[in-house]
Ligand binder design. Sequence first.
Ligand SMILES: Nc1ncnc2c1ncn2[C@@H]1O[C@H](COP(=O)(O)OP(=O)(O)OP(=O)(O)O)[C@@H](O)[C@H]1O
Length: 475
Amino acid sequence: MEHSVLIVEDDEVLADNIRTYLERKGYEALLCESAEQALEIFAAQHPDVLLTDYCLPGMSGIELIRQVRSLDSQVKAVMMTAHGNVQGAVEAMKAGAYDYLTKPVVLAELKLLIEKALEARQLEHSLSFYRQRDARGAGLDALLGESAPMQALKSMVQQVLEAERHMTDGELPAVLIRGETGTGKELVARALHYDGVRRAGPFVEVNCASIPSHLLEAELFGHEKGAYTDAKERRVGLVEAADGGTLFLDEVGEIELPLQAKLLKLLEDHSIRRLGSVKERKIDLRIISATNCDLEQMVQEGRFRRDLFYRLRIIAIAVPPLRERGDDIVRLARHFLAVHGRRYGKPDLSFCVEAEIAMLHYEWPGNVRELRNLLEQVVLLTPGPQISPAQLNLATRVEDCAARDCPDPAPADPADSAEPDGLASLPAIERDLVLRTLDKTDWNVTKSARLLGLSRDMLRYRIEKLGLERPDRNH
Ligand SMILES: Nc1ncnc2c1ncn2[C@@H]1O[C@H](COP(=O)(O)OP(=O)(O)OP(=O)(O)O)[C@@H](O)[C@H]1O
């Protein structure tokens, strides 16, 4: 693509010289003599780079940069100043210029500068593309679930977001998200960022468990060239990359004590020092952390700093395990079945009722992640349109759960539940489970449905299908 450069220079010879040179190098060069004309051209043609002289008749080059940048903050402006005009260069940078050149202009230097400016512009474009792509579907809406614990979680997140919208100073409170693995802690962190006041800034995620502890410090705080043997170049850390946005520290319990002290300093002073540097840098970011560790226990044992724990946990949010979300299990399962079904060109898949009941009674130790991964595998391998419990392969767990849910079971009729190998069949377990639950609640369908984690309609359907009848009380 041909890039365009608008040259604003009242010295005709220099202006012509630059134009001819840039055109030869493949740029579209637009030319004018005053800032006022430049603003008109800018509005009509949106050039990629603005190259302006400092001294112009009428409006100054500085004012031109200011106005152009207020119209398009991504345009790259380069100022040409007279040799020795340091003050002019400083003013230009303050007004938002990308860089400056001193006269006499060396054309090869100008070309390099324009190339650099275009590269920076391209990088910003891609960054904003990725940010927008990440932001799509990253808010609270991405968190599926209507069960009571999920409603409580979402309303807590909404309360936090609402309070933050009314905050008068910029420092947002640190949030600690707790919950078992795969429950959706990262989704909650993303919702807090992308639905929050910092959504235009970066969301930088660090998984503290996946980076070896001796590298984590440099990864987070960056280093100067030569700070340690492998530090061949200066490197900006992830904390600096999150400036203006959110730093999400996943698995924060994995951070070792020496680094915990540095993190505490960041939370308290809002400043960092790169490894090997003496210079402190001010950082403006919001910290969200997540863990599935028992941090209180770690504090007791001296493995996690108490002061850091309190600093990270200004707001504590707990994400419930999937097994406590009742009907959400089926809701999520149907969602993932549809998502994977679309991906694998099998859009008409559904679960049979037994499969849904089996999922409702499974423990889901890996929570939503386990459900999503299992369904991807099932969708990939299923031959037919309906998914059966056997394809889910959760039967053994269902048996365990049945025993756990009803600790005082009436002995089941061996004739209809025992398989030749001594294992009970799924329909027999189901029949037994439903009957005993109904018995326990004196055939109260609402109570039984709640105990079984089913909707009332689902339970009524099961009662009818299994041909269950309330025993006659007179006998
Ligand atoms: N409520 C939900 N609705 C839709 N998808 C969900 C939900 N909860 C979790 N997921 C999906 O499940 C997967 C695991 O979620 P996530 O990575 O947020 O869990 P986590 O608690 O951060 O796990 P870990 O502790 O292992 O880092 C992701 O693909 C996520 O999109």
